[in-house]
Design a protein around this ligand. Sequence first.
Ligand SMILES: [Ca+2]
Ligand SMILES: [Ca+2]
Length: 314
Amino acid sequence: MTTRPAVFPLIAAAVLWACGTSEQKPAADTAAATPAGAERIFEAGGMKTPESVRYDAAQDLWFVSNINGNPSQKDGNGFIVRLTADGAAMDSTPFIEGGKKGVTLHAPKGLAIVGDTIWVADIDAVRAFNTKTGTPVASVDIKGSTFLNDVAAGPDGSIYITDTGIRFDEKGQLSHPGPDRVVQVIGRQFKQVTAFAGQQGPNGIAYDSAGGRFLINAFTTKGFFAWKVGQATPDSIGLGAGDADGLEILADGRAVYTSWVDSSLSVFANGTSSTLMKGLPNPADIGVDAKRQRVAVPLFNDGKVVFVKLGSTP
Ligand SMILES: [Ca+2]
Ligand SMILES: [Ca+2]
């Protein structure tokens, strides 16, 4: 059992969803920290503990999951909003909202899209909604889970979900009871497909099609892992900056990820990590718009999403 200070805020009641607006200006303090090849272009506010962003290429828009409070508490108030490709709010009320229209959503985190279905990790369940209507289409209880986190679509159309194995109590104190694992959902059934040795806190997961494997990063350690279907334990493939969160694979095969340790968007390739941009505090689960070479970074404790433009050779 380990503990460390709370990393999420008690969201001020004054920060109302209705107040959210898209801001088209870069933060003044990031220019010096931005290396050539990555540029902070705009941001979207009005979020409440945003955890994950996912670009929907079919509709040319973004989905953003909002935990709204404690990441481990089943408070029923989680929601998902849509943003245009340029980060403007699309909905006056959340597109998908806990307690409305038959939706159950507590602390939504990772998102993945398969066809016209968006899958959402929600503590110990994964829930599915129609991407065009927001209508609930499935909810699968993942028994024995503690902290379902990122969701990745596999090449076979099934989904893979990390369980970070951590828990925040009512006061925000963190413990790590496990399990540290990955589960797969096929249809409406789930199974554990791999487990980590020791407390790694698996967080981001993405399918690396060139390598025929999944890449997984760790929130509790600096570890990066590769896992192929059938492996009982993932392979360690190097170290990142630490306390890693989102993970996506770019078209050129490099992995982009975020680190809470150095507030960065970084690149992991060939076993080593390099920083792309700093000045992104508490950066959670990123999304990629490959068409525009944009990465969306939710700032977990700041209630906003920052959009970064990647250069051709970042
Ligand atoms: Ca919540
Ligand atoms: Ca995450």
